[in-house]
Design a protein around this ligand. Structure first.
Ligand SMILES: [Zn+2]
Length: 208
């Protein structure tokens, strides 16, 4: 069932506020990044930022609704180029919201750690902000996938990674940015804040 118009407006409003906030923090400068939230199940309807929109200036009209194949069902514009990654996360993780940023630290570290295939983050109190994590002794593995302009192929690679890394809370695209998700828009927002913090800590620690 698809959410009511009011629920859809409320979700696009929350995502627009997140856009302003993340833009101010330098995580989605220009038209970079994209955001989505589930707006209906059976059949799936996903609210997602239209391609080419400035993330600091989002409004309800800057989103489109797509179905499980990425086809636009409502709204004007083309869905984000990275739609198939969002759909893979909704399908495989049951994500209710997916947020993607292009921050400086995710760009720098995804390249610096590419040979290792991911970044191990352990021992920090902030890890407890990730869903299901109860202690700072948690070890988070943030996989790094090679970037590509072929988003269909990239979505297949992501699905493989999600199968082999059932505990992961996010991943990086090399030289590109961070993806994370949640069981609600606020959980996904928290995950971005936690992972961006941990990436910056990891990066700054390397400089000491
Ligand atoms: Zn991107």
């Amino acid at each position: 069932m698809t959410d009511s118009t009011n629920e859809i407006l409320s979700k696009s409003g929350l995502l627009a506020n997140i856009g302003q906030d993340f833009y101010r923090r330098g995580w989605v400068l220009g038209t970079s990044g994209n955001f989505s939230a589930v707006a209906g199940q059976n059949p799936l309807r996903l609210l997602i930022t239209a391609s080419g929109m400035h993330k600091g200036q989002l409004t309800a009209e800057r989103f489109v609704q797509i179905d499980a194949t990425g086809k636009v069902m409502a709204g004007a514009g083309r869905p984000s180029d990275e739609t198939h990654l969002h759909l893979a996360l909704v399908r495989q993780r049951g994500a209710q919201a997916v947020l993607h940023t292009h921050s400086v630290w995710s760009t720098v570290l995804s390249d610096a750690f590419a040979k290792q295939g991911g970044i191990r983050i352990a021992g920090y109190e902030m890890l407890k902000g990730l869903a299901g994590v109860r202690t700072h002794e948690h070890e988070e593995w943030l996989p790094i996938l090679e970037n590509s302009q072929d988003m269909t192929a990239l979505a297949v690679k992501l699905e493989d990674t999600l199968k082999t890394q059932p505990q992961m809370h996010g991943f990086l695209l090399r030289g590109h940015g961070l993806y994370t998700w949640g069981q609600s828009i606020s959980e996904a927002q928290r995950h971005v804040e936690i992972l961006e913090f941990l990436l910056e800590v990891t990066g700054r620690t390397l400089l000491i």
